[in-house]
Design a protein around this ligand. Structure first.
Ligand SMILES: Cc1ncc(COP(=O)(O)O)c(C=O)c1O
Length: 387
C-alpha cells in the first residue's frame, strides 16, 4: 500500500545525482578525495578534531568499542530502547551488554540513575543513544563516567548537529558514531562517520577501518606511498567516494532541512498538546536538534497501540515503532534484563511522519487522525472528516 503521508521523505534532488555522476566520471570511486572532503566538513560543522568516514554506523560503533579498549570480560551499559546495533557492537568485541532503563515517557533516553545501579567492577563503558536526536542527560552521564573511570560512546546516529548545552552531540563522550542510512538525516543509502577529539582514538580507528594497513590505495595511486605494512588485525569498514559525494550534498542541505523540521515539530506539539492521553517525549527541549523522528507515547495503558496504528494506517498515514526493545529479542532474552519503563514506552510508542516538506495541513490531518484513533476526538478538533 502506498501511504498518502509516508514516514520519511528522501531529501534528494539533482544535486545528489550530479555529485555521484561527477565522482563516477572522475575515475576514482573508492575511498579517496571525496571521503577526505566529507571528513573535513564534519570536523568543521561538528566542531570536532577528527572524523573518519566508514561504511555504516554499525561499523562505526564497532570501531568505537575497539578503540576504547573494550574486550572479553568487560561489561558495557546501554539502553534497550534503541536499534540492535547499539548493543550488538558490544558483543562484536567479546564484551557483555548490560541494559539500563530509560527515564520515562517524557524523556525516552537512558536513565543515569539506572546506569549507576548497573555498574559492577567489570563495567568498562557506557553506550549512550540520543533518541530521535534529543540529547541524553549528558552532564549526569559524564559525571558517572568520571566517578567510575568509564568510557562514553555516543550513538549519535539520530542526532547530527543536535546540541546539548551548546555542544554538538557526538563531541561530549570519548567517541561517537553517525549513520547515513537512507532514512537518516544524512542519507546515502549506507554510510557512516566516526568522530572523536582524541588523536590516539582517531589514528587507531583510521587504521582498523582499512585492514590495519599503514597506507590506503588512494595514497599509493596518487604517489604519496609505494607500499604498506599491516600492523593490526583490521577490517574493511571503508566508505566509498560515490557515497561520500552524496553525503557532502546532504550535509550542505542539513542546517536548512533541520530548521524546517523544527517548524514541523513546533506545529505537532502545538496540536498534540490538545489531544488527551498522548505524551510527546522531549516536549520541553528548547535546544537545536535534528528531529530525526517524531515519537509520541500513548499514556492510556489499556489502549492497544497496534490497534491505534492500524487506524492511522487506514487513514493513509505511515507510522513506525522506535523501538521493539533489544532485551526482548530472542538473542537477548537470556540476559535477564528487567526494564519496566522501557517495556511500557516500547508498547505504547508510535512514530509519526517527520520530514521538512510536511505542511501544516498534513500535520493537522495527522493529529486529527491520532486523536480519533486514541480518543474518538476528545479534542473535538476542527471541521475534519476522516474517512
Ligand atoms: C540508534 C541507531 N544506532 C545504530 C544504527 C545502525 O546504523 P547503520 O544502519 O548505519 O549501521 C541505527 C540504524 O537505524 C540506529 O537507529
Amino acid at each position: 500500500m502506498a501511504y498518502k503521508i509516508p514516514l520519511f521523505n528522501l531529501n534528494f534532488d539533482e544535486k545528489e545525482a550530479n555529485a555521484a555522476a561527477e565522482t563516477i566520471k572522475s575515475g576514482w570511486i573508492s575511498t579517496g578525495p571525496k571521503c577526505a572532503e566529507l571528513e573535513e566538513m564534519f570536523i568543521r560543522m561538528f566542531n570536532v578534531k577528527y572524523a573518519v568516514s566508514v561504511s555504516n554506523c554499525t561499523d562505526s560503533l564497532h570501531l568505537c568499542c575497539l578503540v576504547c579498549g573494550i574486550g572479553p570480560g568487560d561489561e558495557v551499559i546501554c539502553p534497550s530502547l534503541t536499534f540492535a546495533a547499539s548493543a550488538n557492537c558490544i558483543r562484536y568485541v567479546g564484551a557483555t551488554p548490560v541494559f539500563a532503563d530509560i527515564v520515562g515517557p517524557e524523556h525516552i533516553n537512558i536513565d543515569p540513575l539506572d546506569i549507576e545501579r548497573k555498574i559492577t567492577p567489570k563495567t568498562k563503558a557506557i553506550v549512550v543513544v540520543h533518541m530521535a536526536g534529543f540529547p541524553a542527560k549528558m552532564d549526569a552521564i559524564m559525571a558517572i563516567a568520571k566517578k567510575y573511570n568509564l568510557k562514553v560512546i555516543e550513538d549519535a546516529c539520530h542526532g547530527p548537529l543536535s546540541e546539548y548545552k551548546g555542544k554538538k552531540l557526538g563531541t561530549i563522550g570519548d567517541c561517537a558514531a553517525f549513520s547515513f542510512f537512507s532514512n537518516k538525516n544524512i542519507s546515502t543509502g549506507e554510510g557512516g562517520m566516526f568522530i572523536t577529539n582524541n588523536q590516539q582514538l582517531a589514528d587507531r580507528a583510521r587504521l582498523l577501518r582499512s585492514h590495519g594497513m599503514t597506507t590506503m590505495s588512494y595514497q599509493r595511486a596518487s604517489g604519496h606511498a609505494t607500499s604498506y605494512d599491516i600492523v593490526e588485525l583490521g577490517y574493511n569498514f571503508r566508505l566509498d567516494d560515490i557515497r561520500a559525494s552524496i553525503a557532502i550534498e546532504q550535509l550542505n542541505k542539513l542546517p536548512g532541512d533541520l530548521e524546517k523540521r523544527a517548524q514541523v515539530r513546533k506545529k505537532y506539539i502545538e496540536l498534540l498538546s490538545e489531544v488527551a492521553n498522548v505524551t510527546v517525549p522531549f516536549a520541553d527541549n528548547n535546544e537545536f536538534v535534528s528531529n530525526y523522528i517524531m515519537p509520541i507515547v500513548v499514556t492510556k495503558s489499556d489502549i492497544k497501540r497496534d490497534d491505534i496504528r492500524n487506524k492511522i494506517h487506514e487513514a493513509g498515514i505511515q507510522t513506525s515503532v522506535h523501538y521493539p526493545p533489544i532485551h526482548r529479542f530472542s538473542i537477548y532474552k537470556n540476559y535477564g534484563a528487567v526494564l519496566p519503563v522501557t517495556d511500557y514506552v516500547s508498547d505504547h510508542e508510535i512514530t509519526l511522519p517527520m520530514y521538512a516538506k510536511l505542511s501544516n495541513e498534513d500535520i493537522e490531518f495527522i493529529v486529527n487522525v491520532v486523536d480519533k484513533a486514541v480518543n474518538e476526538y476528545t479534542a473535538v478538533r476542527r471541521n475534519f472528516t476522516i474517512k
